[in-house]
Design a protein around this ligand. Sequence first.
Ligand SMILES: [Zn+2]
Length: 204
Amino acid sequence: MRNIESIIVHCSATKAGQDFTAADIDCWHRERGFNGIGYHYVIRLDGKLEKGRDVALAGAHCKGWNERSVGICYIGGVDENGRPADTRTNAQKRVLYQIIMDLQREYNILQVLGHRDTSPDLNGDGVIEPYEYVKACPCFDSRKEYMGKHPIKYPFSLSYFHCTFAFAILHELLTYFHYDTRTIYLFTGTVSFKRSESCEISAT
Ligand SMILES: [Zn+2]
């Protein structure tokens, strides 16, 4: 598997309200001489997430960044007058956020950028300013929106097996300390009679 460090967000630069699919973009990119769709994910107007190029393969969406990034494209990015605009529907915003969280959970992502943030830093001040943008894509500030937004990562994955195992250990420990295991099943913590006492109770 290649080393994935960045997530780069794009727009399809198509007009608001016009829906296109990953298959459409696949055609456009093939016409441009690419080896199929350059993005790894496409988010339709209704929030449907479509897979593009296999994530294991380097994309073709951002020159100089393809080897170590995942490219996500939402459909839209241009208003009725053909000007760059954040045209994301609520469903697209929700799914974009979700896929960014999922990818961060899966890979060691260092940064989430918009395509425009990969423009060259012309004045060398360390900040890519709007006048330096090569393109407006994806027509909103991805860094501001996703900076510091990380999913909760557990050091282990919680599965049925883990829960059963943890419960078995807890059961053993409580038995060791002579507490009646029935108190655990109650899950209240208020009933904490000892085994000897419970025997007396059951005898009466
Ligand atoms: Zn782009």
